[in-house]
Design a binder for this molecule. Structure first.
Ligand code: GLN
Length: 493
């Protein structure tokens, strides 16, 4: 099946003329038409356009090779984009009714760069409303199902992207990670994902959630494909001041990169509490694999980890409450009419934001309100600094940290629906990296007894993506977990 090819294989076969982009796209279109009704990974699909663009890509390739010109690296390769990133000509709902009719007239920088490299956007993937969630259950347009088990969530908020890649409906997809939203769905769906250093990738064209935490990442089938996509997305962009210091280096992953002497830190704090025993044992086995390849395994302390949930759930909603103020019924999307301006605001926001979004706006507004700001937001910022220092200290001792991505494998749809706090606690192992701004790569390291994927993350110092990718690639050279895929029977139900 053409949809089983990795991007590297696709590029090789396209280059040799053994397949065409048109054929490849046709295979993806059929795959999506077959599976989308069961998975609901997408909010927008542009399959006709994608087929036409694939034909154009084939003509372009023929023309460029006749002239002996360079072929753009992703020419004719399909890609899915999380519906919080602007793609010109497609709706961008952010999973919310408040943007139901909104169509941005421009591409996000990451999208523009990938399109310039020849990628073809299949459509926009499902997400929790404004990326607030860990399961896609907060999407205003219905939940995405996990291809490994349709009764389970795919994780979130980039759950549509993770499900699409796992089910071979796209070879790679863009996601965003504010508190785990690339790593956790990658882990729940058995794919590989990157959360870059804060500032490495432009946020221009990303619909902001928590601006000091948001990062744009990607999901793919393995580290090699991920690196290819990531290299095109990353790097400084004058349109995002926080990307100003991002180095322009290209990441090279090398098959002969050695993990001999690599110092891998293992934080106790990430193995306690309610962790599912199979998650712990799979992650420990992967760490053992590094040891057997010559890495030094060193216990490290990240003592403020326990505060990550309360700190994040003050800072992220505070920033969200400010960022979401722009959705007022006047400038974007639909409007609920009323007699005066004030009532237009309240009627529109009251009717069109979902429950979780309203909860966060209220939490954030309260945390920022006069008289409480120092006690809540101010205090949270102080503890955030301590969490960042935990990492700085640890990275004096080790090159990277290995830890589980989530305490459990994919939970059942509805499992936490009555209990927001239980949902927030699922994020305990992913939030600290965002609070510290450090990069992480998540990849599959096992399956539990119900055949659900288990993920591990490697976290590194700021701007050390290159080393994380090499280390993750090393693991994939000696293991097969990233090749495991959901059984067709489980997707088809
Ligand atoms: N689950 C976290 C939240 O609900 C993180 C989401 C994200 O990374 N976008 O905020």
């Amino acid at each position: 099946m053409l949809t089983n090819l990795t991007i590297f294989e696709i590029i090789t076969l396209l280059g040799r003329g053994e397949i065409s982009s048109g054929e490849l796209m046709q295979a993806y279109v059929e795959r999506i038409q077959q599976l989308e009704p069961r998975l609901h990974a997408f909010l927008t699909l542009r399959l006709e356009d994608a087929l036409n663009q694939a034909d154009v890509a084939d003509q372009q390739r023929a023309e460029l090779s006749r002239r002996g010109d360079a072929i753009p690296p992703l020419l004719g390769v399909p890609l899915a984009v999380k519906d919080v990133l602007a793609v010109a000509g497609m709706p961008c709902t952010a999973g919310s009714k408040i943007l139901e009719t909104f169509q941005p007239p421009y591409d996000a920088t990451v999208v523009a760069r990938l399109r310039a490299a020849g990628a073809i956007i299949l459509g926009k993937t499902n997400t929790d409303e404004f990326a607030m969630g860990s399961s896609t259950e907060n999407s205003a347009y219905g939940v995405t199902h996990n291809p490994w088990n349709l009764e389970r969530v795919p994780g979130g908020s980039s759950g549509g992207s993770a499900a699409a890649v796992a089910a071979r409906m796209a070879p790679a997809a863009l996601g965003t990670d504010t508190g785990g939203s690339v790593r956790q769905p990658a882990s729940f769906c058995g794919v590989t994902g990157i959360k870059p250093t804060y500032g490495r990738v432009s946020r221009y064209g990303l619909f902001a959630y928590g601006s000091s935490l948001d990062s744009v990442g990607a999901l793919a089938r393995d580290v090699a494909d991920l690196t290819l996509v990531f290299n095109i997305m990353q790097g400084c962009d004058p349109r995002d001041a926080t990307s100003g210091n991002a180095p322009q280096e290209q990441m090279n992953i090398e098959d002969n990169w050695s993990s001999r002497g690599l110092r891998v830190g293992v934080p106790d704090e990430y193995f306690g509490g309610g962790i599912q025993p199979e998650v712990e044992s799979a992650v420990r086995a992967a760490i053992q694999t590094y040891q057997s390849m010559g890495a030094e395994i060193i216990p490290v302390k990240l003592p403020h980890t326990q505060y990550a949930v309360p700190v994040y759930y003050l800072i992220a909603p505070a920033e969200a409450s400010a960022n979401l103020a722009r959705y007022d019924g006047l400038r974007y999307g639909p409007r609920v009419d009323a007699d005066d301006l004030h009532h237009i605001y309240t009627a529109t926001r009251g009717a069109l934001f979902g429950r979780e979004t309203k909860r966060r706006i209220m939490l954030g507004t309260y945390a920022l309100s006069a008289g409480y700001q120092d006690a809540y937001y101010g205090k949270a910022q102080k503890v955030r600094a301590l969490i960042r220092q935990d990492f700085e200290r640890a990275f004096k001792q080790v090159d990277m940290i290995a830890a589980p991505v989530a305490p459990t494998t994919a939970f059942k749809i509805g499992a936490h629906s009555g209990d927001p706090l239980a949902m927030y606690l699922e994020d305990i192992f992913t939030l600290p990296a965002n609070l510290a701004g450090v990069p992480g790569v998540a990849f599959p390291v096992g399956l539990d007894h119900e055949n659900l994927p288990i993920g591990m993350q490697l976290l590194g110092p700021h701007f050390q993506e290159q080393r994380l990718l090499n280390a993750a690639h090393r693991y994939q050279l000696v293991s097969d977990w990233h090749k495991a895929r959901p059984a067709e029977a489980s997707i088809l139900g």
